[in-house]
Design a protein around this ligand. Structure first.
Ligand code: PEP
Ligand code: MN
Length: 338
């Protein structure tokens, strides 16, 4: 339920209204102070609320019911785009943010070198996996805590904030110390115990869509994190599983405008895991930019043929430079920068 307040309602009056709603109906309130209007979102069991009584309150203009089960992630609760600050890198503004780096951190020299190269080409975030959720237990599982430490050192030397994937709530303390944004991978999008833990911290979360999950399920997973108190969520479309076998996954381009209409949260796109082949990264990244993505996450490896994971979809640093050059005019054509 959303209350639209009368123009010019003072903050004291808003606080008074919120306290009354909480004590009378036990609901949580989240006021959003916009340019002209203030709205108050109500979360919790709103079934006992007498709409007439609320509408009679002096400062309430009108009451709107929200049908969707996601509230805090809902654009109706927060009409303006949310801007998420990753240690100084702002996501959700005009500039499209690019996170680039290897699928897996393989050594300290490797991650530092790639960080310098992608930064020189315009990336403003560094990606790198340390805890790898691999389909095969015999595949490289990541350097774990050591990998996170190398990420942190790469951040210290380049200034690029870093993003890495968490696979288990027990790793949270390490991630709080070593990374600037915590990634939840496709396989853990519905690991609700993990999502609840991530709701208790304030660090930005990059929540990737499960490869067999709907857009509304993605929003409900965001709601898990947000209802715990962490509003710093970025969503990521990374391709879904379909009957098509020519590509690793099928990039759901329509998810971008659909998400932008349903939620105020920024939307990233991962063209690397979507296509699964290096030459597909460019057309998919271009399509994502045109469709309204706020950011891209792209795999870049110094030696893709010998990468310990996801070599076939990784760009070389030179390929990444070329891609960024081609994305600039595309971003400009849709009123963005990159
Ligand atoms: C990754 O980003 O390295 C990754 C494993 O992504 P996803 O969870 O989308 O497969
Ligand atoms: Mn990967």
């Amino acid at each position: 339920m959303i209350l639209i307040l009368k123009q010019g309602t003072s903050r004291d009056k808003v606080d008074e209204l919120c306290a009354w709603l909480h004590s009378s109906y036990g609901v949580q309130t989240s006021p959003i102070f916009g340019e002209g209007t203030t709205i108050v979102g109500l979360v919790g069991d709103t079934s006992s609320i007498e709409i007439d009584a609320v509408e009679q309150n002096d400062v309430v203009e009108r009451v709107m019911k929200v049908q969707e089960p996601y509230k805090r992630a809902n654009r109706k609760f927060h009409p303006d785009n949310s801007i998420i600050d990753i240690n100084g890198v702002k996501v959700g503004e005009k500039k499209i943010i690019v996170a680039a780096g290897p699928c897996s951190v393989e050594s300290e020299d490797q991650i530092r070198l790639i960080a310098e190269q992608v930064q020189a080409s315009g990336a403003t975030l560094l990606r790198g996996g340390a805890f790898k959720p691999r389909t095969s237990p015999y595949a490289f599982q990541g350097l774990k805590a050591e990998g996170l430490m190398y990420m942190k050192r790469a951040r210290q030397s380049t200034g690029l904030p870093v993003v890495s994937e968490i696979t288990n709530p027990a790793q949270l303390e390490l991630f709080m110390e070593f990374v600037d944004m915590i990634q939840v991978g496709t396989r853990n999008m519905q690991n609700f115990e993990l999502l609840k833990e991530l709701g208790r911290v304030k660090k930005p979360i990059l929540l990737k869509r499960g490869f067999a999950n709907t857009i509304d399920e993605l929003l409900m997973s965001a709601e898990y994190i947000m209802s715990g108190g962490n509003q710093n969520v970025i969503l990521c479309e990374r391709g879904i599983r379909t009957f098509e076998t020519s590509t690793r996954n099928t990039l759901d381009i329509s998810a971008i405008p659909v998400l932008k209409s349903k939620t105020h949260l920024p939307v990233f796109v991962d063209p690397s895991h979507a296509g699964g082949i290096a030459w597909l990264v460019e057309p998919l990244a271009m399509a994502a930019v045109v469709a309204g993505a706020d950011g891209l996450i792209i795999e870049v490896h110094n030696d893709p043929k010998h990468a310990l994971s996801d070599g076939p979809q990784s760009l070389t640093p030179e390929g990444f430079t070329d891609l960024m050059g081609k994305l600039r005019p595309v971003a400009e054509a849709v009123g963005r920068t990159i």
